[in-house]
Design a protein around this ligand. Structure first.
Ligand SMILES: *Cc1c(COP(=O)(O)O)cnc(C)c1O
Length: 421
C-alpha cells in the first residue's frame, strides 16, 4: 500500500500510490464512472463477495478511483487503511456510528464544527446516545467525563471556529488508560501540519472538501485507521470480535465499511475522488502559503484600530500557541483565523465592502473566504448555545487563501477604512 514511505511528505503528496503502469501510463488515475464491474466467472464473483479478492463489485461498496484516494490518504496520515466518503459529515457519522449502540456515551470537545455538534447533541440523542461535551483542553474534565458506557474520545486538531488546540498526546494517553480509542478530526490542520496517528490517536477523519482538495470543487471525507488499537484488550468492545477475527488490525475500518458505509450509502462520487487526488498534488505547497499568509494577515489585523481582537494559533499570546507549535512541528498554524469588530452591524459592513475576498460558507479553498457565523451557520442556535460555542455577534471567520498577501490585506484594510463607527 505504501509505495515509497521513505520519501518526504512533500514528495509523497505527489507520488504516493501513483501507479501509471496500471493506468496505461497516465499520471492520474482514470475516473471509473461505472456503477458495477463485470466478473469473468460465477466462481470469481462469489470469491469477491467472500472477500477473497480485492476486485470491485458495485459503486456504493468500492470504486477504483476512490480506492487510489484511500491508499494515498492512509499513506499521508500514516494509517493502515482508509475509507473515503461522500462528505466530511458522512465520514464523521460512519466513524462514530460504527462504535455506538443505543445507551452508549462518548466524550468530545465542546468547540466542534457546527454540523458535528448538531449530529452529536441532537441526532445521536434520538438513539439514546449521549455526547459528553467538555473543554477540549481541560484534561481533568475530559477524564472525569469517562464512564463505563464511554466508547471513544473525539476531538478536532484545531476547533472550527474557536481555534482551540488540544494536546493530542496527553488526551490519547488518558483515553488509552481507560481502554478507549481517540478519534480526531484533522480537517483544519491536514496531514501536512499534523498527523494525529503519530501522536497517539487511533482514528483520524478529514473533510477532504476543505484543504485536501483545496479548490472548492469537490465534497468528500475520509476515515483513516491506525490499525494499532487493541479492541479486545479492555473488554469494552465485544461487538468488534467478528471484525477482529475477520480483518485483524483493520477490524474497526472493516466495521465502518461493512456495517455503516455500505448500508447507509455514504459513498463518494468517483469524480470527486479524482478532483481530490488532483488537489492533493499541491497540498504541501498550498499549506505553506496558507500558513504564511494567515500569519501575515493575523499580524496585519492586530495592528488595525477597528479590530478588537484576533484569534490565530500562530500568535504568541494564543492559548494554544505552544501546543500548536509542538504538534505542528513548526510547519505553521493553519489558514483559518477569526477576528472581532464592534458588533454584528460592523461585521456585515466589513463583508459588504470587500472586493476580492469571497463571502461564502466554506474554508480551505485556495481563495480567501469570509463569513459571519453568528448570523449564518449558527443563526438557528439559541443564544446561550452560541455563547457556549464562542460564536459571538462581533466575530468574523476568515479562511486565508494563497493569493498575494498584500492583496488580501489591502482588501481587508480598504473595507475596514469604510466601517461606520
Ligand atoms: C467542513 C468540516 C466538516 C464537514 O465536512 P463536509 O465535507 O462539509 O461534510 C467536518 N469537520 C470540520 C472541522 C470541518 O471544517
Amino acid at each position: 500500500m505504501t509505495k515509497q514511505p521513505q520519501l518526504d511528505f512533500h514528495t509523497r503528496v505527489i507520488h504516493a500510490c501513483q501507479t501509471p503502469d496500471q493506468w496505461g501510463g497516465a499520471t492520474l488515475p482514470p475516473i471509473v464512472q461505472a456503477a458495477a464491474q463485470a466478473h469473468p466467472t460465477a466462481e470469481h464473483l462469489s470469491q469477491t463477495f467472500a472477500g477473497q479478492t480485492d476486485d470491485h463489485i458495485y459503486m456504493r461498496l468500492t470504486n477504483p478511483t476512490s480506492r487510489v484516494l484511500e491508499e494515498k490518504l492512509a499513506n499521508l496520515e500514516g494509517g493502515l487503511g482508509a475509507v473515503v466518503t461522500g462528505s466530511g459529515m458522512a465520514a464523521i457519522a460512519d466513524a462514530c456510528m460504527a462504535l455506538l449502540r443505543a445507551g452508549d456515551e462518548f466524550v468530545c470537545g465542546n468547540s466542534l464544527f457546527m454540523s458535528t455538534y448538531l449530529l452529536f447533541a441532537n441526532v445521536f440523542a434520538k438513539y439514546n446516545i449521549t455526547a459528553r461535551f467538555v473543554e477540549s483542553t481541560d484534561l481533568a474534565a475530559l477524564e472525569a467525563a469517562i464512564t463505563d458506557r464511554t466508547r471513544f474520545v473525539y476531538l478536532e486538531t484545531v476547533g472550527n471556529p474557536k481555534l482551540d488546540v488540544p494536546d493530542l498526546r496527553q488526551t490519547a494517553a488518558i483515553a488509552h488508560s481507560h481502554g478507549l480509542p481517540l478519534i480526531v478530526d484533522n480537517t483544519l490542520a491536514t496531514p501536512y501540519l499534523c498527523r494525529p496517528l503519530e501522536l497517539g490517536a487511533d482514528v483520524v477523519i478529514n473533510s477532504t472538501t476543505k484543504y485536501l482538495s483545496g479548490h472548492g470543487d469537490a465534497c468528500g471525507g475520509v476515515i483513516i485507521d491506525s490499525g494499532a488499537f487493541p479492541w479486545m484488550d479492555a473488554g469494552r468492545f465485544p461487538d468488534l470480535r467478528p471484525y477482529v477475527d475477520r480483518k485483524g488490525p483493520l477490524a474497526y475500518l472493516d466495521k465502518v465499511w461493512r456495517e455503516h458505509h455500505i448500508n447507509f450509502g455514504t459513498t463518494p462520487a468517483p469524480l470527486h475522488s479524482f478532483l481530490t487526488l488532483l488537489g492533493l498534488d499541491t497540498l504541501a505547497l498550498r499549506m505553506e502559503r496558507h500558513c504564511a499568509n494567515a500569519t501575515a494577515v493575523a499580524n496585519f489585523l492586530s495592528q488595525r484600530p477597528e479590530v478588537a481582537w484576533v484569534n490565530y494559533p500562530g500568535l504568541v499570546d494564543h492559548p494554544g500557541h505552544a501546543t500548536a507549535l509542538a504538534q505542528f512541528g513548526g510547519r505553521g498554524f493553519g489558514g483559518l483565523l477569526t477576528f472581532g469588530l464592534k458588533n454584528k452591524e460592523q461585521c456585515h459592513q466589513c463583508i459588504d465592502h470587500l472586493q476580492l475576498i469571497y463571502h461564502l460558507a466554506n474554508i480551505g479553498d485556495c481563495k480567501t473566504l469570509i463569513i459571519h457565523p453568528y448570523s449564518t451557520q449558527y443563526l438557528s442556535f439559541p443564544e446561550s448555545l452560541r455563547q457556549k460555542l464562542s460564536i459571538t455577534p462581533d466575530l468574523l471567520r476568515l479562511s486565508v487563501g494563497i493569493e498575494a498577501v498584500q492583496d488580501i490585506c489591502h482588501d481587508l484594510g480598504h473595507s475596514l477604512d469604510r466601517l461606520i463607527a
